[in-house]
Ligand binder design. Structure first.
Ligand SMILES: [Zn+2]
Ligand SMILES: [Zn+2]
Length: 114
């Protein structure tokens, strides 16, 4: 198979590929939608329905607890990394050491731009 020929016109080179079923199609056969190029209306509708399902899933429906747990885990990881950074770079062992560490960090940052 050297070249992609249109699925419906074996003598015509395909100008695109259906986004839903990956069939090569020519200009005459393709159905153009905002979502992309499709071989037929059915594929376009199926792809649009699939996109809608993703949009619904990303929205308010389901996964609320999971996304909350993910947010907490990310926050904890950020705090841990920040703590390890402050601990190794500025010797912070307790929250009481933070003000001094932040001051020296700020002076370090100012030093970077001088
Ligand atoms: Zn298709
Ligand atoms: Zn065609």
């Amino acid at each position: 198979m050297a070249k992609n020929m249109c699925r419906h016109h074996p003598e015509v080179f395909a100008s695109g590929v259906c986004k839903q079923c990956a069939i090569p199609i020519c200009d005459e056969c393709k159905t153009v939608r905002p979502q992309g190029i499709f071989c037929c209306e059915e594929c376009a509708d199926r792809f649009a329905a699939f996109q809608d399902r993703i949009a619904v899933h990303k929205g308010t429906g389901g996964g609320g607890l999971v996304s909350l747990l993910v947010k907490i885990a990310v926050l904890a990881a950020v705090l841990l990394v920040a703590y390890l950074f402050l601990h190794s770079s500025y010797g912070v062992d307790s929250p009481a050491d933070l003000p001094g560490a932040i001051k020296s960090m700020i002076s370090d940052l100012i030093g970077l731009f001088r």
